[in-house]
Design a protein around this ligand. Structure first.
Ligand code: COA
Length: 144
């Protein structure tokens, strides 16, 4: 049984481990700052170890971007990425946001399949330092 909840500062070591394993090692300071702002959801096992996380930011202060979504290889394909995405979507929809942006490396076909399966559509691409990054968008369900 996997529990999805907001990350706390005690999760930083586990998040660093995931970042070391899945490209690329995002800075600890960025993870800590994102935890403080309530922008990381973690997936934890019953034993309490964190096996995945999703991190969102706000472009221009108000436009939600799914910046990072990572699940440890041994736990992939079990619905954990979907649960993390759902938690973030519910959080954002609950705050009145109407859409969610995301991005993925042009060569990351599994990620593209994951995004497409969850309703994201490609809206463009940018030539970044690391290569071509696709940008994606999906509408969030509106709340009464
Ligand atoms: C993309 C990622 C977060 C998906 O998490 P996940 O827990 O494996 O996803 P789920 O089990 O909820 O969904 C599985 C779907 O994701 C896709 N997928 C991505 N990676 C997969 C993997 N290693 N194994 C199986 N399915 C994978 C498939 O489309 C699959 O759907 P399908 O079985 O109908 O083909 C995870 O594979 C990962 O951490 N990848 C490395 C980092 C990355 O690329 N992140 C995305 C860029 S932001």
């Amino acid at each position: 049984m996997i529990d999805i909840h907001l990350a706390s500062t005690t999760d930083i070591a586990d998040l660093d481990t995931i970042n070391d394993e899945i490209a690329y090692p995002n800075p600890s300071e960025f993870m800590a700052e994102s935890i403080d702002k309530g922008r990381i959801y973690v997936a934890a096992t019953e034993q309490g170890s964190v096996v995945g996380y999703g991190l969102f930011q706000f472009l221009w202060g108000d436009t939600p971007l799914l910046s990072l979504l990572k699940v440890l290889p041994d736990h992939q394909g079990n619905g954990i990425g979907t649960q993390l995405l759902t938690a973030i979507e519910n959080d954002l929809a609950g705050r009145g946001h109407k859409s969610l942006f995301s991005s993925t490396d042009k060569t990351n076909e599994l990620s593209q399949r994951f995004h497409s399966k969850h309703g994201f559509e490609k809206i463009g691409e940018l030539d970044m330092d690391h290569g071509i990054e696709w940008f994606l968008k999906k509408e969030l369900p509106t709340r009464a």
